[in-house]
Write a protein that binds this ligand. Structure first.
Ligand code: PMP
Length: 359
């Protein structure tokens, strides 16, 4: 008989194995390749950010400042929230892991829309809790009526990804507030706003506004996308002190390096310039979506730095065709492909191939 611990390894690893990081593009003819598979920012860190990180690197023989005071104070000032409402992690995905570890375990349920961020089922399963996945609507949006119906007395956490990865739509103000009104106060609602800075929909609401008078709401943000620091691995939660204290208790000691803290502080200081880059990516996003629609693609609205290509059974063939031309995207076989908005040349190459596909 298989020992219990191996049975558990196997069930956890089944899901972990389903997470395939984007393939780097390969090409042998010397022409440029583009990675549009991981929703990264195509711009490298600003020189001032690199300089701050390099200065901090001189102390890498020491453990980092676990209190991360400079960064917490910078975030506190940026968002007008107390330091006691902020927790950091090695990317916002780590913050999510810590939060779920603190909030749930065997017998508990975590409700979220599906398809959504691939880390959710893995993070939930690692706690021993059960995922309750609620299908998106036909236009790739959250179905809050169905999510409400999915709540049970075992529900501990609801995850709301807005804009939704990998489909792109953003949750609107009225639907979110109406949903929060029906969620019991002992259920934690996580607003995953990894792509917040890319939203251009006026009918939405900032999670920082939402959490203030709702102790069961916690917001996750990251420096990986708009701020272009994915490789530094730094994200944060904004929530009420009991939630924040729980995340901090579960956090890995010294999880956020001094280099990452310094880069994040410098990025907050250079926010104006970084948000101009975000605006340039939003302009590119509009161009990509418009051209795709003009050539017959039914792409859903997107408020993130990626676009969802509903391809069904053609997904793998389409992704392989792009890969062969040096563009890697993220396929979800049988469903569609998620394509990051990159630099102009990358988007051009992608559009040429995608528009020809529809001919
Ligand atoms: N949430 C969502 C919805 C994401 O798409 C991502 C990154 N792909 C993350 C969280 C995690 O980002 P990071 O760990 O780099 O902060």
């Amino acid at each position: 008989m298989t020992p219990d611990h191996e049975v558990r390894f196997r069930s956890v690893l089944d899901d972990v194995a389903a997470y395939k990081p984007g393939k780097p593009p390969e090409r042998t003819d010397g022409r440029p390749t583009y990675k549009l598979s991981s929703n990264e920012n195509p711009y490298p860190p600003l020189p001032g950010v690199l300089a701050a990180a390099t200065d901090a690197a001189a102390n890498m023989n020491r453990y980092p400042d676990m209190g991360a005071l400079d960064l917490l104070e910078a975030l506190s000032e940026r968002f007008g929230v107390p330091v006691s409402d902020l927790a950091l992690g090695t990317g916002s995905v780590a913050v999510l892991y810590h939060l779920l570890q603190a909030a749930c375990g065997e017998g508990d349920e975590v409700v979220y829309a599906w398809r959504s961020f691939e880390a959710y089922p893995i993070a939930v399963q690692l706690t021993g809790a059960t995922s309750v996945r609620v299908p998106l609507t036909d236009d790739a949006r959250h179905d809050f009526k169905a999510m409400e119906a999915a709540l049970t007395d075992r529900t501990r956490v609801v995850l709301v990804c807005t804009p939704n990865n990998p489909t792109g739509p953003v949750v609107r103000r009225d639907e979110l507030l109406a949903f929060l009104d029906v969620v019991p106060r002992n259920v934690l609602v996580v607003l995953d706003e990894a792509y917040r800075e890319f939203i251009r929909e006026p009918e939405t609401i900032d999670g920082v506004e939402v959490y203030r008078d709702r102790p069961n709401v916690v917001v996750l943000r990251t420096f990986s996308k708009a701020y272009g620091l994915a490789g530094f691995r730094i994200g944060y939660a904004i929530g009420h002190p009991p939630v924040i204290a729980a995340i901090r208790k579960c956090a890995l000691p010294f999880g956020v390096s001094e280099v990452a803290q310094a880069a994040a502080v410098a990025s907050l200081r250079a926010e104006k310039e970084l948000l101009e880059r975000v605006e340039a990516l939003v302009v590119e996003r509009t161009r990509v979506v418009d051209e795709l629609r003009a050539s017959g693609w039914k792409v859903p609205e997107t408020h993130a730095n990626f676009v969802w290509m509903p391809l069904g059974e053609e997904t793998v063939a389409f992704s392989e065709a792009l890969q062969a031309e040096g563009v890697s995207v993220r396929p979800f076989p049988g469903e569609g492909a998620r394509v990051t908005i990159g630099e102009r040349e990358a988007n051009d190459l992608f559009l040429t191939i995608a528009c020809a596909w529809r001919q």
